[in-house]
Design a protein around this ligand. Structure first.
Ligand code: 0RA
Length: 632
């Protein structure tokens, strides 16, 4: 072998070693989020192959042993000799950092960005990985362990057709958890199917005896996405409005539909990545929409004088997807989810301008309905402003007046302070007695919390429970929100483990999601996990948190009819028990609420809290486990 070969060989190993040493640099984190990125990375390569026009079907499965397989019917990763590395191109793709899937730059590669790090990263972070390629009538195979090949690329049979099949087992030495969540994968794979019309993506979970399977394929693409977002809302016009434009290799697609709801549900994507932080494409869209609306109402005398709509007014009740695909995306911002390409602003602005003006001309009745709604929003916004000023003045006057029912902690440093939001007076009483009053505050809820999905801000601010929640948090809400003023860095929702408890928890979370999103983003929101059962055997006591744990514990202590108490509510626990099981930082378990995917969370809240019963039922049946956990 030549010196050249040795040198590149060493470089390859050093590259993979770097990935294993600092995995977070390549996949963001080694928690459940990073774990799922492995799957997205592999799937992205198949999506690229589909966007290049060579692949139609992508099948993902979680196997019984916990590994994941991704199969596509693309051209298959090339297997021939790679001139620089002097080995099979397949091996290069799997073992060389940033080699990516494509050698040919003219290939239309759109995935990438956030997790476009290449499959070699997945390989490096897997205990083992196996790849099969169907090409030229043959079936090629190679296996790797922690990134290093355990064999050469070998022909193991004949093949019909072409494609790539990759199976990997995430390395438990790297990841905090190696258990894939079916619901998490479904959400992203369905989103990919919406964003890339006519690709068929299936997912199968073979871990339990009963197979789970879902297939996603949308002829309507992002039009279907918008219909999906609005499934439990009442639309103001039948079909979503849709525009598409291609300019110098950049594709822009927009779908939008108004409903009678009060929220704004506008999501932007660049190369299939959710641009949480927005960017030029989103600015172009918003600017054009506001301008077209104001031009129209003026020209058609919808308003007298020069009343103007703000962007917020015209986006009330709007669900929209802006999806752009471009060859050289510039991702900026804190989480690299802000599109920076300046040319996009103009492209999107002019296409929305032209497209919408034309739509309004052709559908004047729809235009009137939409603008009436925007004018309503404008009036409500002014009323809300007054109401907010009132609450602000009130709290400024009654300086330091926290809600009467808040039992505050003595600690003044927010970073070590916690507040428990507790359902009902009796549980509130136990929590007050059981807590450590130095750093734990208790805010009990008595009355109904308003469903913020169904009311505008002015009305929300009249709800007593919401008002005391806002004052206790100290941060203000919506545009006035200031996370720096947060009085507690742990806000813990503690409700009964029953249907009513789940409902109250969802109401509180919906409020946080719509009006205090930064609180969730900051990771300050948690859900307490009270036990379901207490087992008493002689003098020993055990608390268990699920039916499965109950069965396991009974077997462990060799009993089947020990004294078992089922807790129907928090109120049945005395203060000491509540402290021991649910509030003591040394022994409790808290679920942190995360907002990985705003569109998915949005879907969940609108379905759970919206008008339509059928989608809610279907959703709860499908995600029963996740709904109970509310792990967004
Ligand atoms: C490089 C070149 C070609 C295909 C691919 C990569 C490719 C990569 C992956 C990764 C997952 N599935 C994939 N499918 C294809 C084209 C080679 C040719 O000209 O045939």
């Amino acid at each position: 072998m030549s010196d050249d070969y040795d040198a590149t060989h060493i470089q390859v190993l050093e590259g993979l070693e770097a990935v294993r040493k600092r995995p977070s640099m390549y996949i963001g984190s080694v928690d459940t989020r990073g774990l799922h990125h492995l799957v997205y990375e592999v799937v992205d390569n198949s999506i690229d192959e589909a966007l290049a026009g060579f692949c139609k079907n992508i099948d993902v499965s979680i196997n019984a042993d916990g590994s994941v397989t991704v199969v596509d019917d693309g051209r298959g990763i090339p297997v021939g000799n790679h001139p620089k590395y002097k080995k099979s191109a397949l091996e290069v793709v799997l073992t060389v950092l940033h080699a990516g899937g494509k050698f040919d730059k003219s290939n239309y590669k759109v995935s990438g960005g956030l997790h476009g790090v290449g499959v070699s990263v997945v390989n490096a972070l897997s205990e083992w990985m196996e790849v099969e390629v169907k090409r030229d009538g043959k079936l090629y195979y190679q296996r790797y362990e922690r990134g290093a090949p355990t064999s050469d690329v070998t022909v193991i049979g004949d093949s019909k057709g072409t494609g790539t099949k990759s199976t990997f087992m995430p390395d438990s030495k790297i990841f905090e958890t190696t258990e894939f969540n079916y619901g998490t994968l479904i959400t992203r794979l369905r989103e990919l199917a919406f964003l890339n019309r006519n690709i068929r993506i299936s997912i199968t979970d073979s871990r339990e005896e009963e197979l789970e399977q879902d297939v996603f394929e949308y002829e309507g693409g992002i039009i279907s996405f918008v219909e999906h977002l609005n499934q439990s809302r009442t639309a103001l016009h039948k079909a979503p409005i849709y525009f598409e434009r291609e300019k110098e290799g950049t594709i822009v697609e927009i779908a939008m539909q108004y409903t009678d709801s009060y929220g704004e549900y506008v999501y932007s994507f660049a190369n299939n990545i959710n641009t949480h932080e927005g960017g030029t494409h989103l600015i172009g869209f918003k600017t054009a929409l506001t301008r077209v609306a104001n031009d129209y109402i003026k020209k058609n005398n919808v308003v007298k004088g020069d009343e103007k709509l703000t962007g917020e007014d015209i986006r009330e009740g709007l669900a929209a997807i802006i999806s752009v695909k471009l060859t050289e995306p510039q991702f900026e911002g804190q989480t690299k989810t802000k599109l920076g390409n300046s040319e996009l602003k103009g492209i999107v602005d002019s296409m929305v301008s032209e497209g919408l003006s034309e739509y309004m001309e052709e559908n004047p009745k729809v235009a009137v309905i939409i603008f009436q709604k925007a004018l309503d929003a404008r009036r409500a916004r002014e009323a809300a402003k007054k109401a907010r000023e009132l609450t602000r003045r009130k709290s400024a006057l009654e300086i330091g007046t926290l809600p009467g029912k808040l039992a505050d902690c003595s600690e003044k440093d927010p970073s070590v302070s916690e507040v428990y939001l507790v359902e009902g007076d009796s549980a509130g009483g136990s929590a007050k007695q059981g807590r450590n009053r130095r750093f734990q505050a208790i805010l009990p809820f008595r009355g109904k919390i308003i469903n913020v999905e169904k009311a505008r801000l002015a009305k929300v601010l009249k709800n007593n429970e919401v008002l005391s929640l806002i004052t206790a948090m100290g941060t203000g809400i919506a545009e006035d929100y200031n996370i720096e003023k947060a009085r507690y860095h742990k806000v813990i929702i503690m409700t009964d483990a029953d249907v009513d408890g789940a409902h109250i928890r969802t109401l509180i979370l919906t409020f946080f999601f719509r009006y205090m999103a930064p609180l969730i983003d900051a990771g300050y929101v948690y859900i307490a996990q009270p036990p379901l059962y207490r087992i008493k055997k002689g003098k020993a006591e055990h608390y268990v948190y699920s039916d499965r744990e109950l069965a396991a514990k009974l077997e462990e202590i060799g009993e089947n009819n020990t004294y078992v108490q089922r807790y129907k509510g928090l109120g049945e626990m005395n203060p000491e028990q509540l402290w021991e099981t649910t509030m003591n930082p040394d022994t409790r378990t808290l679920l942190q609420v995360t907002m990985d995917d705003a569109a998915a969370a949005d879907e969940m809240f609108s379905v759970l809290m919206g008008d339509e019963v059928a989608p809610r039922k279907a959703f709860i049946q499908k995600y029963a486990k996740e709904v109970v956990n509310l792990d967004l």
